[in-house]
Design a protein around this ligand. Structure first.
Ligand code: SAH
Length: 225
């Protein structure tokens, strides 16, 4: 169903995702309409499929971005703080920033230096001033460890698959806070891991996905394929 959401324009794509009920929040619609995918990926920006970014990574399909924004939406209110692990093109990082607004802060962390540079160029062009004001901070580093310097976070999104539940990331969530993470090696499930106001952690399996092996978070990819 989601794959039929492709369109010829950013607005058409977002309208199709809404009609397909991938998201329902007005805030998600506004953010996805404000951030044009063509500024983050050179080929097929409005196709509802993953696209190569170079350096062995891919930008996720628009329906996956829409799901992530919708599931995290209660933790993307104005002024909130977000960590985007494996920020790749910077597209979703920019959408998060639209949702948390100028008082909020989004940290994108990516382990491929060339992609950090690419996301910096993309955001510089598409959202001028966001990097200077530190509304968005882009970091070159290993996202498995999170980014304790800016923790705790209202929510953490992981764009790459983890072998197992990433405890360092759960530790860096606020109480309450929410983590969205694909977990698994040969195939994955996306988990929503919630920390409540007392610090109690619960998990909910949202859906099965197939993450390309280049987009595994862990070094285990080389041992297991
Ligand atoms: N969310 C991004 C990219 C998704 S692909 C987008 O949609 O554009 C997953 C990304 O995670 C890739 O860019 C990959 O380089 C990155 N990644 C994989 N393992 C990582 C790690 N340990 N630390 C930080 N980034 C990582």
């Amino acid at each position: 169903m989601a794959w039929y959401c492709s369109a010829n324009s950013n607005e058409g794509l977002v309208n199709n995702l809404k009609t397909a009920k991938i998201f329902k929040s007005e805030g998600v619609e506004k953010a996805m309409k404000a951030v044009d995918r063509k500024n983050y990926v050179s080929q097929g920006p409005y196709n509802d499929t993953p696209q190569p970014l170079g350096f062995g990574a891919t930008i996720s399909a628009p329906h996956m971005h829409a799901y992530a924004l919708q599931y995290l939406e209660p933790f993307l209110k104005p002024g909130m703080k977000v960590l985007d692990v494996g920020c790749g093109s910077g597209y979703l990082t920019a959408c998060f920033s639209e949702m948390v607004g100028p008082e909020g802060k989004v940290i994108g962390i990516e382990h491929i230096k060339e992609l950090v540079d690419m996301s910096r160029r993309n955001i510089q062009k598409d959202r001028p001033g966001y990097l200077e004001s530190q509304r968005i901070i882009l970091v070159h580093g290993d996202g498995r460890k999170g980014y304790p310097e800016e923790s705790p976070y209202d929510c953490i999104h992981v764009g790459a698959a983890a072998e197992k539940e990433p405890h360092a990331l759960i530790d860096q969530l606020k109480a309450p806070g929410r983590l969205f993470v694909p977990v698994g090696v040969k195939s994955q499930s996306i988990y929503q891991i919630d920390k409540d106001e007392n610090g109690k952690v619960t998990r909910k399996e949202l859906m099965g996905v197939m993450v390309p092996y280049q987009n595994m978070l862990d070094d285990i990819k080389y041992e297991n394929f």
